[in-house]
Design a protein around this ligand. Structure first.
Ligand code: PRP
Ligand code: GUN
Length: 185
C-alpha cells in the first residue's frame, strides 16, 4: 500500500481493512454474548464513528437499536479542548443499556463530556466501545470497555477518521508519517 497526502501531510498504511473487520467481528460477538436479552442502544458519536458503528451494529447478532449524537472538538490534527454538541440526542435513554461507540479515544475529553451528560439521564448501564484507543494520551482516566486497537499518540486517518473533513472514506487506517513530514517542513 502507498502513502497518501492530505492538506500537505503524508500518511502511511497502518491497519488494513481486513484486520479492522476481523477485530470488529470479535467485539461484536462479545457484545452479543454480554447483552443478549437486553436490547442495548448503540449510541454512535458522529461523525468519525459511523463506519465502525455500522459494521459493529450488524455484527452483534442480537436485538439492538441505534441512535446518533454529533460532537466536534478537533481542528486539523489537534483538539481545541472545547467539545461542541453539533447534534443532540433525541432518544430517551432512561433505563436503557447504552453502548457509546467512538472511532477514537485520544485525550478523552470528548468521551468524558459525553459520559457526564449521559449519566445524568439515568440509563440502566453505559459502556464505551472504541475502535482506537491512545492510552498514553488519555487525560481523563476513562478506560473504554471494548477497544479495537491500542495505538501510540500519533495522528491517524481513514475508516471514518478525518483531517479537516477529508480521508474519512479510506478503507484502511493510516498513521502520520513523521519522516516524510519533517523532510517537507
Ligand atoms: O479523545 P479526544 O481527544 O476528545 O478525541 C476523540 C474525538 O475526536 C474525534 O472527533 P472530532 O472532534 O474530530 O469530530 P469528528 O468525529 O466529526 O471527526 C473523534 O471522533 C472523537 O470523538
Ligand atoms: N482523525 C483523527 N481524529 C482524532 N481525534 C482524536 N484523535 C484523532 C486522530 O488521531 N485522528
Amino acid at each position: 500500500m502507498e502513502t497518501v497526502t492530505y492538506n500537505g501531510l503524508t500518511f502511511q498504511p497502518y491497519i488494513t481493512h481486513e484486520t479492522i473487520q476481523r477485530r470488529i467481528a470479535e467485539i461484536g460477538k462479545e457484545i452479543g454474548r454480554e447483552y443478549a436479552g437486553k436490547c442495548p442502544l448503540i449510541l454512535c458519536v458522529l461523525t468519525g464513528a459511523f463506519p465502525f458503528a455500522s459494521d459493529l451494529f450488524r455484527s452483534i447478532g442480537i436485538d439492538a437499536e441505534i441512535a446518533f449524537i454529533r460532537l466536534k472538538s478537533y481542528e486539523g490534527t489537534s483538539t481545541t479542548g472545547n467539545v461542541k454538541q453539533v447534534l443532540g440526542l433525541t432518544e430517551n435513554i432512561e433505563g436503557r443499556h447504552v453502548i457509546v461507540v467512538e472511532d477514537i479515544v485520544d485525550t478523552g475529553h470528548t468521551i468524558c463530556n459525553l459520559l457526564k451528560d449521559l449519566n445524568a439521564k439515568n440509563p440502566a448501564s453505559i459502556k464505551v466501545a472504541t475502535l482506537l484507543f491512545k492510552p498514553q494520551s488519555e487525560q481523563c482516566g476513562v478506560v473504554p470497555d471494548y477497544v479495537g486497537f491500542e495505538i501510540p499518540t500519533k495522528f491517524i486517518i481513514g475508516f471514518g477518521l478525518d483531517l479537516d473533513g477529508l480521508a474519512r472514506n479510506l478503507r484502511d487506517i493510516y498513521v502520520i508519517c513523521d519522516k516524510a513530514n519533517d523532510a517537507n517542513a
